[in-house]
Design a protein around this ligand. Structure first.
Ligand code: SF4
Length: 86
């Protein structure tokens, strides 16, 4: 497991939805191979189900936008997207 060193992010500060357009992670299921690299890179938002497929907990908070973009770019199957806008 990768160590991110990002403890303490859930401090109740503004989210991406409070001052900007909402941001959401979406999984393109036909392309997702499971195994959970996105979970390794973004454990604050992505957990894994019993089969190793990602479960996204909710909207992307402002402090997690950077790590969310990294998880999207690192997905080996281009199966993770960051959606913004209304
Ligand atoms: S990194 Fe991509 S392929 Fe791997 S579990 Fe996450 S969304 Fe699926």
């Amino acid at each position: 497991m990768l160590t991110t060193g990002r403890a303490g992010r859930h401090d109740g500060k503004a989210t991406a939805t409070s001052s900007a357009a909402p941001a959401t992670l979406r999984v393109d299921w036909p392309n997702c191979a499971g195994r959970g690299l996105c979970h390794e890179l973004l454990p604050e938002l992505v957990s894994l189900d019993a089969w190793g497929y990602p479960v996204v907990a909710g909207p992307v908070t402002a402090d997690l936008l950077g790590p969310a973009r990294l998880a999207v770019s690192a997905c080996p199957h281009s199966a993770l997207r960051l959606l913004t806008g209304r």
